[in-house]
Write a protein that binds this ligand. Structure first.
Ligand code: HEC
Length: 197
């Protein structure tokens, strides 16, 4: 091979290489325009609020302590024969389950009056007789040996805060509604249940 044929050979190799790579270019795809059907805007769904918004107040220090003290109350004792929801003496459809801590349970068993300091009574309130819809938890804590010296509290089912009625937080030593109604049982240290002999 002389120089000229060498050169020609090289050039033809380069051309062949270029041609090969050039062929691999894919054809550009042509996108067909797709017709878009316009969907009508969905109507906004207005959900009816079935449950009333529950107003919760921030617990005071004393209420926060009491709420902490009743944690796990579901394990506490019931009054004799009261472990099922039973229809409350309250007006309206309320079913309740009462619980007592050890001091309270013992006081009730002994029918001890006044109820001793440290006794705590809890009452679950349900909106149904099957005890599925817990709506609130009421609490009474005996603050001293003195008759009627209770701390009253109503908290929500998750024990998060203090329930309110007409803007008033239901907690303290003299929540009027609680005291007035429980006053019926003032001879029994304001304890409604069970009736002492
Ligand atoms: C309209 C009357 C009424 C009012 C108001 C009332 N209670 Fe009661 N409470 C009762 C009755 C009746 C019982 C006995 C159980 C039952 O039938 O519900 C009771 C039981 C309880 C018990 C169980 C211990 C016990 O005394 O037998 C607790 C705890 C309690 N109430 C807390 C409260 C608190 C806290 C308030 C205020 C937020 C309150 N109650 C307001 C009528 C009332």
């Amino acid at each position: 091979m002389n120089r000229r044929t060498e050169l020609l050979f090289l050039v033809s190799i380069i051309i062949a290489g270029l041609a090969l790579t050039g062929c691999e270019q894919p054809e550009p795809e042509v996108e067909e325009p797709v017709e878009v059907e316009e969907e009508p805007e969905p109507e906004p769904v207005v959900e009816e609020e079935e449950e009333m918004e529950m107003e919760l107040a921030e617990p005071s220090e004393q209420a926060a302590e009491l709420i902490a003290a009743i944690e796990g109350y579901e394990q506490w004792e019931h009054h004799e024969g009261m472990d099922e929801p039973y229809e409350s003496g309250h007006p309206g459809d309320v079913w309740v389950i009462p619980y007592a801590n050890e001091v309270g349970h013992q006081a009730v068993a002994d029918q001890q009056l006044p109820i001793p300091e440290g006794a705590i009574f809890v009452k679950e309130e349900y909106a149904d007789a099957d005890g599925e819809e817990l709506t609130g938890v009421t609490v009474m804590e005996k603050l001293s040996e003195e008759m009627g010296d209770w701390y009253w509290l109503k908290t929500d089912p998750e024990l998060q805060g203090v329930m309110e009625m007409e803007g008033m937080a239901l907690e303290g030593p003299d929540v009027e509604g609680c005291v007035n109604c429980h006053g019926e049982a003032s001879g029994q240290d304001y304890l409604m249940l069970p009736e002492f002999e």
